[in-house]
Design a binder for this molecule. Structure first.
Ligand SMILES: [Zn+2]
Length: 290
């Protein structure tokens, strides 16, 4: 009897030990996973911020000018220097160096307030930015109701003013694929013929490249994927049309190397008005911030 109880006790104890050991392994693994720093990207760390409309907030894609100013003041105080895509491209080709703490500022959708409200702040804080326009908005929607800071889009005249500032590079946000209905942004539809997709994308992007060239004398060489929907079939078309840098919405820090292909698919952090400047940059820059 005693022997039997002892055996049962021993069995129970062994089972308990096994459970405890298993739990310990799971907990240790989880703790290690939580504590382990993310693998730093190869090359120079480049955070990219994604802004949209700079106006009083009524949705997640609007940020008051006062908050943008707070952001720029924060970046300056923490030693960040904004860079242009041209600077990044030159670096990847082995020319020149990047600042110690580079950052790329981007504005999507081509709002007029990027000129009326963001540009004066970029000048005040000595920063530069990429403004990616949707061709049809600039060609058709903007001229019908121009220069209202709350909602207008940039006209071509406004685009020329941004370019003349020397602080803004114009990017493409497609000519007319900025929707999320049948097609998710500019990505391929499940089952769509890849050749037909490539032809459609080439035609759309070329439309904006041509309009921009006719209106400003230059064509964008930066491309921002609408809604961040990316697909691998888009890449050969973007390369063929001469885009040197593409921007996604994956929230991750990029590594810039001496290889130009590192500018394809850059991650960006959406600047939601839900956060204060400190909260946003703490989330984005993590332990990069001194
Ligand atoms: Zn957009």
């Amino acid at each position: 009897m005693y022997h039997c109880i002892s055996q049962r006790k021993t069995g129970f104890f062994l089972a308990l030990t096994a459970v405890a050991a298993a739990l310990w392994i799971v907990l240790t693994t989880v703790t290690q996973a939580l504590a382990a720093p993310e693998t730093p990207p190869e090359g120079i760390a480049l955070p990219v911020v994604m802004y949209h409309s700079i106006c009083p907030t009524t949705n997640d894609y609007q940020l008051p000018a006062s908050a943008l100013e707070e952001d720029l003041r924060y970046l300056k105080a923490h030693g960040y220097e904004s860079v242009s895509v041209q600077q990044l491209l030159a670096y990847t080709k082995g020319k020149g160096e990047l600042p110690e703490k580079p950052i790329l500022l981007t504005f999507d959708d081509g709002f007029y307030n990027n000129l009326s409200d963001a540009l004066p702040l970029l000048e005040q804080y000595d920063m530069q930015a990429v403004v990616s326009v949707v061709g049809r908005y600039t060609d058709e929607i903007a001229p019908a109701d121009p220069e209202v800071p709350a909602y207008s889009y940039l006209t071509w005249d406004n685009v020329r003013q941004l370019q003349a500032s020397g602080r803004v590079e114009i990017g493409s946000h497609t000519y007319d694929l900025h929707s999320n209905t049948q097609r998710a942004g500019c990505s391929i539809i499940l089952g769509e013929d890849p050749a037909a997709y490539s032809a459609m994308l080439r035609e759309d992007l070329t439309h904006l490249q041509t309009s921009a060239y006719n209106e400003t004398g230059t064509s964008p060489d930066v491309f921002a994927y609408p809604y961040g929907f990316i697909c691998r079939e888009s890449v050969p078309v973007l390369k063929e049309l001469g885009f040197v840098c593409t921007l996604t919405c994956r929230e991750e820090i990029n590594g810039i190397t001496r290889d130009p292909s590192c500018l394809y698919g850059l991650g960006r952090f959406h600047r939601s008005p839900k956060y204060s400047t400190e909260e946003f940059f703490a989330k984005m820059l993590g332990n990069q911030t001194p």
